[in-house]
Design a protein around this ligand. Sequence first.
Ligand code: HEC
Length: 118
Amino acid sequence: MPTCSSNAALSQTTPSPFPRSRRPTRADGLSESILQDWQTAMTADGTAPEPAVNHEDGLTIVHHPILLQTGCLACHGDPASIAPEVAQKIAQLYPADTATGFAVGELRGAFRVVFEQE
Ligand code: HEC
């Protein structure tokens, strides 16, 4: 996990309810339940996900939603509209890639920042 200061760590998580991935999933139960709650509220009435702050085992854990934006479509959009050279490179580097076919506004995961409480 990359460290951004002496007592904080940043990671990205796209848990199993969000299956179309380019990388194996990296999620724990907390991330999984936060993402589920965000997705349920978005599906129910379009509620925009808000960052979530939790405290667990002497740690402060912040989850910030990752939402698909227009620029992301260049690599995660409809496969037919991805530039051939980009599609080729992704196929070469990520042969098991399924992270395409997304639309703007879809929830794609969370950035997670973990701080030690002092
Ligand atoms: C230039 C191509 C490109 C663009 C543009 C791009 N991505 Fe990605 N994305 C990738 C690649 C390649 C990976 C796999 C990276 C890895 O595993 O190291 C990836 C991985 C991810 C992942 C990790 C989980 C998964 O599905 O593999 C998420 C979430 C993600 N991208 C979201 C986004 C979002 C949101 C945007 C726009 C803000 C975006 N990406 C823009 C190429 C791109």
